[in-house]
Design a protein around this ligand. Sequence first.
Ligand code: PDD
Length: 280
Amino acid sequence: RTVYVNGSYVAQEEAKISVFDRGFLFADGVYEVTAVLGGKLVDFAPHMQRLRRSLSELALPSPAGDEEILSIHRELTERNRLVEGLIYLQVTRGAAERDFAYPPEDTKPSLVLFTQAKTLRETPASKTGIAVATVPDLRWKRCDIKTVQLLYPSMAKMAAKAKGADDAWMVDEDGFVTEGTSNNAYIVTGQGKLVTRHLSHDILHGITRAAVIQLAEAEGIDVEIRPFSVEEARQAREAFVTSASGFVMPVVSIDGETIGTGTPGTFSRRLRAVYIAEAE
Ligand code: PDD
C-alpha cells in the first residue's frame, strides 16, 4: 500500500515519522476519516471544513490548502486502486524538543494520509444490527474537536466487547447518551420521531449526522434535536448510529436488552439506503 507522509508517496514500510512528533508524545493532532464509495469521495467538502475548525480550535498550523489535500486523496485512491473503503488523514503539530509549551511557530506540522480498503455497503453488521453497552463518558470536555486522543473511546469499545456487545454508547452524568465511541447516536420513538443529541462540546459534529438529519427531513420524518436517556433508548422503537465508516448502522440491543423487534428497523434501513444512494 502507498501512503502519504509530508510531501512524499511511499510504500507503507518506508514511511517515517519522528519519535519527537507531538502527535506521538502528546496526542497533539487532529484527524479526519472520509469514505470512498465506487471510487468517489463521500462528503469531502464538509470533512475539510471540520478539519479547518479542529486545526483552528487547537491553533495548529495548516499543513496544506484544500486543493492540495483533495489532490492527495485522489492520488492515493488511484495509486491504491481504492474502490470502497476509507481515507485517514492526520495532522500533528510536528516534531520538536519535548516540552508542554507549543514549539516555535516555524515548526512544520506533520501530514499523513493512508487508505483502508474495506467493505462498507454490504456488511454483515448492517444486516443484523449491532449490540451496544453503556459506559460513563469520561472523555475531556472538548469532544467537538476531532483529536487523535482516542484512548478512552478505545477502552470503552473493549469494555463493551468484554460484555459481548459490539460497541459502547457513552453516557453523561445525567444519564443521557452523548454518542458512540466513533459514531453519533439516535433513537426512533414509539411516535416515529427521530431523536438525536444537539451539537455542543459534548459530541463530535458528525458529517454523516448532518447529512442524515437532512435526508430524514426530506423523507418527511420528524426530527427532534435533544438528548435522550439510556432509559428512553431501552424503550425506543429503533436505534442506530452514524459515521463515515458505518453510514447508518442499526442498533438492536442496549446493555443486553432488545430494542424494538431486535432486528434493524424500518427507519434505520430506509435512512441507510437513502444515504448510500446519495453517496454513490
Ligand atoms: N469517527 N463521534 C465520534 C466520537 C467519532 O469519532 C465519529 C467519527 C463520529 C461520526 O462522525 P462522521 O459522521 O463525521 O464520521 C461521531 C471516525 C469514523 C473514526 O474515528 O474512525
